[in-house]
Design a protein around this ligand. Structure first.
Ligand SMILES: Cc1cc2nc3c(=O)[nH]c(=O)nc-3n(C[C@H](O)[C@H](O)[C@H](O)COP(=O)(O)O)c2cc1C
Ligand code: SF4
Length: 401
């Protein structure tokens, strides 16, 4: 086995937490929490990933509050699901994997039928196309009191997650969700100290990080997932993201995960491969939304053919800028890619689709020097997140059964 593969399969620590190797299951919302309750299917999915040898798995999209959910079949952090979460965590930990939870808030990007307010809250007024068929199309600008409240809500959710037993928390700072709506000049048009310069647009993110840190303590592992670019004119740029990473490091994050793109404006930037449009139209329940997706497709769903390690060049800039841990994500499907990423000095690698295709990826990659994962990047799994039963690999449907 080459040295860099050895490094990938060696133990590594994040702020005192030891992982058996450097491979982490990326947050991939599995669509297996109907009514907001983690199901047996969700548990067995992650247990299977744990059995495949992953260092740590990530439970995707643990919303900070009910109104922080994109839709009502997502979990939010509250006492009502403590027993299910505890069982989930204990079961997955029994496989030898650690368990992280992705702490998120959708901000104004929502179609949640259980939304309690009159309008979704964002940094500025605007249109929420996702909510058009749910009466949630008009975004209200958050007052400063509401910003402070969201910060506290996210902090309380982090304290809850730690108390439930998550080994680590991954704060979602990217992909066009609540916090990144403040970071992006495309969606943040406020006139106060939360807008304008990058320092100002990062204010909410850093307040959240500080609140979360104070709730979980200095010796608890915190990861942060960022978008290195929004991938739209007038949005966050790759240059910005190098400074964003430095600010998060200064704010106390232990590991930065370098993703890109946004679910709301340019999803294909993160899902490189085949277009999701046909699948999204097929699985969308609302006829109006089907038409909407078709009309928006040429602007929103751009063509990004799959390449291995497609974020490497930009993520390397962040690796070179910060001292904290950096996790590579995006198109790792072969041992050659693992070697390249390890040689570039990254501490961790997150795997998304490759694990949905082959939950035994870590075992297989460790056992064969030339392992190649067979995921075709058809992106069909990503179109199934709201389908009954949630996601699976259409090329290997029996993987998790
Ligand atoms: C089915 C599916 C669901 C996803 N859900 C999330 C999510 O909830 N949160 C998130 O940050 N990223 C999500 N992603 C993006 C992945 O975390 C990752 O950034 C992307 O798949 C690229 O990595 P890969 O090439 O290893 O698949 C999802 C991806 C897939 C395929
Ligand atoms: S459905 Fe399977 S082959 Fe297609 S992208 Fe998802 S994991 Fe890969």
């Amino acid at each position: 086995m080459a040295d860099s593969l050895d490094r990938c399969f060696s133990e590594a620590t994040i702020n005192g937490l030891t992982l058996r190797n450097r491979l982490i299951k990326a947050a991939t919302f599995e669509g297996k929490s109907p009514g907001g309750v983690p199901s047996e299917g969700l548990l067995s999915f992650h247990e299977r990933i744990g059995e495949g040898g992953i260092g740590m798995t990530t439970l995707a999209y643990c919303a900070a509050e009910s109104d922080g959910r994109i839709h009502e079949d997502m979990m939010y952090m509250h006492e009502g699901i403590r027993p299910e979460l505890q069982r989930f965590i204990r079961t997955v930990q029994a496989t030898g994997a650690k368990v992280s939870g992705q702490l998120g808030h959708c901000g104004a990007f929502t179609k949640n039928e259980e939304f309690s307010g009159a309008r979704p809250l964002g940094p500025s007024k605007g249109l929420n196309a996702l909510g058009v068929t749910h009466g949630l199309s008009r975004i209200a600008e958050m007052t400063k009191a509401q910003i402070r409240e969201r910060t506290q809500v996210i902090g309380r959710a982090a304290a809850f997650m730690k108390s439930v037993g998550f080994d680590a928390i991954e704060i979602h700072f990217g992909h066009g969700y609540g916090i990144s709506q403040f970071i992006s000049p495309k969606t943040n048009k406020r006139k106060d100290e939360y807008a304008g310069s990058l320092e100002n647009r990062m204010r909410f993110a850093l307040e959240v990080l500080s609140e979360v840190r104070s709730q979980v303590g200095d010796d608890y592992p915190l990861l942060g997932k960022i978008s290195m670019t929004d991938g739209v004119p007038g949005g966050v740029s790759y240059d910005d993201s190098v400074e964003i990473a430095a600010m998060l490091e200064e704010g106390g994050v232990d590991v930065i995960i370098c993703s890109g793109g946004t679910s709301s404006m340019n999803p294909m930037l993160l899902f490189r491969g085949d277009s999701m449009v046909p699948g999204l139209i097929k699985h969308e329940k609302s006829r109006l939304m089907k038409i909407g997706i078709r009309l928006a497709a040429p602007f929103m769903f751009k063509d990004y053919p799959y390449e291995e390690i497609y974020f490497l060049e930009q993520a390397r800039r962040i690796r070179d800028r910060v001292q904290c841990g950096v996790c590579y994500i995006g198109g790792v499907c072969t041992n050659d890619s693992i070697r390249t990423v390890m040689d570039a000095g990254f501490e961790f690698i997150q795997l998304g689709r490759a694990l949905i295709f082959d939950p035994d990826f870590p075992k297989h990659a460790r056992g064969r020097s030339n392992y190649k994962n067979g995921c075709s990047h058809c992106n069909q799994c990503a179109t199934l997140i709201e389908a009954p039963g949630g996601i699976y690999c259409v090329e290997r449907p029996a993987n998790f059964s």
